[in-house]
Write a protein that binds this ligand. Structure first.
Ligand SMILES: [Zn+2]
Ligand SMILES: [Zn+2]
Ligand SMILES: [Zn+2]
Length: 189
């Protein structure tokens, strides 16, 4: 392999012990979570040698608008399983399946008005990105630094500012109060 290395379409040489050339991947960049965490345009991805797959245009005829779904799950009947619903957000079609319907009924959760893809993106937006920051504990004695949080217990550092440092996925410009593990556990017990 070192004498006859694989040369990919980008002209990059792959020798023994290296990762498989990305052009052999069965998955398209834009169809994996890599594209969620590190978004690239089609041109950028293809330039780097990633596979890209354009979504097939699927034009389903919708039979009802998500706005017309009942507010309360108690008012929903299995008739909704036959509907092709128009997503409030992306306007594309989605359906409710029986097991989902039964689960929502059992848990008293209303029918979703956005499609599963939009729901996934919404949940994803709550997740911290895999980027890490070196930060100091914001516990400043009896209060957090900007006094937005008052401690309920006495901490090991007493009325002094806590000196603990750590690595966190919460960026410094974010509004959340970030405590070190010891201060957090003193408050969360
Ligand atoms: Zn949608
Ligand atoms: Zn601390
Ligand atoms: Zn503290």
């Amino acid at each position: 392999m070192n004498e006859m290395p694989y040369v990919d379409k980008q002209g990059r040489v792959h020798k023994y012990g290296e990762f498989f050339p990305i052009e052999f991947s069965l998955f398209a960049y834009n169809e994996t979570v890599a594209g969620d965490y590190f978004p690239l345009t089609k041109e950028e991805a293809e330039k780097l040698g990633y596979v890209w797959r354009d979504a097939e245009p699927r034009e389903y005829q919708t039979t009802m608008d998500a706005n017309d779904l009942p507010d309360r799950i108690g008012d929903a009947t299995e008739v909704v399983l036959k509907e092709v619903i128009r997503c409030l957000s992306c306007k594309r079609a989605y359906r409710i399946i029986l097991s989902e319907f039964n689960f929502l009924k059992a848990q008293s959760i209303p029918l979703p008005r956005i499609c599963s893809n939009c729901r996934y993106l919404r949940r994803f937006s709550f997740r911290n990105k895999p980027k890490y920051y070196e930060r100091k504990c914001q516990c400043a004695g009896n209060f957090s630094e900007r006094k937005t949080y008052q401690n309920r217990t006495a901490h090991f550092h007493r009325s002094e500012h806590c000196s603990n440092e750590f690595v966190t996925s919460y960026a410094p410009e974010r509004p959340e109060v970030i405590y070190c593990e010891v201060c957090y556990q003193a408050e969360a017990q």
